[in-house]
Design a protein around this ligand. Structure first.
Ligand code: ADE
Length: 240
């Protein structure tokens, strides 16, 4: 998969993507990341990339032309068609379902805004999807882009080692939160490992994990239960 970043600080996202699973995915040739700085496509001595908003108000708005030129340069660098994703707090919430869809693509272009945002005409003309990583405001789209890069990178075939398997992650199998995990020592001043995990009974362990997931989800994110496809027995068990 190829990811192009349109950003005033493309090195920032590239740095974030240099470690762990994402770094390894790049080393394994499963993912390549390419930065494009709109300032390199800006005109004049000052290479201006922003200006004051029409109608007044605080902050600056990113200019159409440097961004459009950077997007075009990114598109032209590879013949594969690319979906352009703009990171902004006004976007559709990023979920694991959205991540799975993005991860199947050959290419995406991530557009990072700064200041108050980018000229809306650029969004209308060039952006295929606007995504938000949560209901809070960051000072730019770069951290959000790094989140997208990480989440899609780990889903590339061969990116995770067996021990890191994505299948049982929170949200991954069935939209439930993950169960708790334990490792050595069995006995610790902070408590003991639940007996069932030491039993070697795989069916019992699977049942316990599923129940823990259900309980956690009900306690912490009851909104997720509706879409989780619970069996009638599981619903009874939770209600009982
Ligand atoms: N840019 C600024 N805030 C953001 C957010 N919450 N999600 C995505 N991009 C952003």
């Amino acid at each position: 998969m190829r990811i192009d970043l349109i950003s005033l600080f493309p090195e920032f996202v590239a740095q974030c993507a240099g470690f762990g699973v994402v770094g390894r995915a790049q080393e394994r040739g499963l993912l390549s990341i390419h930065g494009w700085n709109p300032r390199d496509h800006a005109e004049g001595n000052y290479r201006r990339v922003d200006d004051r908003p029409f109608g007044g108000g605080p902050g600056m708005v990113m200019l159409i032309d440097p961004l459009r030129a950077a997007i075009r340069a990114a598109r032209a660098a590879d013949p594969a068609p690319a979906k352009v994703v703009y990171l902004s707090p006004q976007g559709r919430p990023l979920t694991q379902t959205v991540v799975r869809e993005l991860a199947t693509r050959e290419r995406i272009i991530l557009l990072c805004g700064r200041y108050e945002g980018v000229d809306e005409r650029l969004v209308a003309a060039e952006v295929d999807e606007e995504l938000s990583i949560g209901d809070y405001v960051l000072s730019g789209g770069e951290l959000a882009a790094a989140v997208v890069v990480d989440a899609v990178a780990r889903l590339q075939e061969g990116a995770l080692n067996d021990a890191e398997s994505a299948v049982q992650d929170s949200f991954e199998a069935d939209g439930l939160l993950d169960c708790p995990h334990y490792t050595r020592p069995v006995e610790h001043a902070l408590g003991a490992v639940p007996e069932v995990l030491l039993s070697g009974n795989h069916a019992e362990i699977a049942r316990w994990r599923r129940r823990q997931s259900l309980l956690r989800t009900r306690q912490r994110r009851p909104d997720l239960l509706a879409g989780a496809g619970l069996t009638a027995a599981e619903r009874d068990w939770l209600d009982g």
